[in-house]
Design a protein around this ligand. Structure first.
Ligand code: FAD
Length: 262
């Protein structure tokens, strides 16, 4: 089974700060990690490979520094890696990003594509489903379990109050929740091998016959960010310690009326 896993390098969000003047992310000096859902996606891909054989190929769109994320995933046991990188791709929103990633994946052989459900910096959960649409293949999102069964996958799909078990034929795309598998550690041998491997870089030149320049980068992005800001810390609030339930309800309603919430 040929498995492609899309991984995004994201800032470790606990430490992300916004520049108060430009309202953009301060990336300098902020550590980067593999997006957590994607790391779980790598693990489940490696388990699928162990179950039925095959290869695991990583795809990441990002700046040259994203090489580090790909090497980390190679050290976990993935076979090869593709970095999609180019100035023409800068400023892409989710639609342009998925267009570019889908173009990159078209250069590969695949039975299954695994993406994370959601990236912790963008948080839209749009890129995986959009890639499936661009490629015209079925998709199952919110996967919490994944097993291979012949030319199909059996996916347990999470809902708030229940789950669905879905059989989907390959080729298909799965978006993985971080619960799907606990990622393994890199091995020492794996780390040495990872740095001996060559990462294939695909830029605009390599993908231009699959891309319309009007659909990529900032000008190909229909999303407009009007404003971004850091949430201000709230006051401590008021604690109604010894109030009865009825008094607490009355006090909360009075406060909401005072603030014109109700
Ligand atoms: C107008 C606009 C301009 C932007 N400009 C920039 C910019 O200049 N530079 C910049 O870094 N970001 C930029 N962004 C953010 C960027 O578009 C998103 O981070 C990106 O499209 C992914 O969306 P997301 O983080 O919501 O991913 P989600 O949809 O939440 O991610 C779901 C899954 O898709 C896969 N995935 C997502 N992104 C990638 C990737 N890059 N490579 C491989 N797999 C991936 C992963 O498996 C991930 O778990 C911009 C966004 C907007 C709206």
């Amino acid at each position: 089974m040929k498995i492609v896993v899309c991984i995004k390098q994201v800032p470790d969000t606990a430490e992300v700060k916004l520049d108060p003047k430009t309202n953009t992310l301060i990336r300098d000096g902020v550590p980067s990690i593999i997006n957590p859902d994607d790391k779980a996606g790598i693990e489940v891909a490696l388990r699928l490979k162990e179950q039925v054989g095959g290869t695991v190929t990583l795809v990441c769109m990002g700046p040259p520094q994203a090489d580090v994320a790909l090497r980390e995933a190679l050290a976990m046991g993935c076979d090869d890696a593709v970095l999609i990188s180019g100035r023409e791709f800068g400023g892409s929103d989710t639609l342009a990003t998925s267009t570019i990633i889908a173009a990159g994946i078209k250069t590969l052989d695949y039975d299954v594509i695994i993406t994370g459900r959601q990236a912790i910096d963008g948080d839209t959960a749009q890129v995986g489903p959009q890639i499936a649409e661009h490629l015209g293949i079925p998709q199952v999102s919110y996967a919490e379990e994944l097993t291979a069964d012949g030319d199909s996958l059996i996916v347990k799909r999470q809902f708030e109050d229940r789950y669905q078990k879905i059989r989907v034929k390959t080729p298909c795309l799965i978006t993985a929740l971080s619960e799907i598998a606990e990622p393994r550690y890199m091995t020492v041998g794996g780390t040495i091998d990872a740095y001996a491997k060559e990462i294939k870089v695909l830029g605009f030149e390599e993908l231009k016959d699959k891309l319309n320049p009007e659909h990529i980068g900032l000008k190909g992005s229909p999303t407009n960010v009007v404003k971004s800001f850091t949430k201000q810390a709230k006051g401590a609030g008021e604690v109604l310690k010894d109030a009865s339930a009825d008094d607490a309800v009355k006090a909360i309603i009075a406060k909401m009326e005072e603030k014109h919430i109700i």
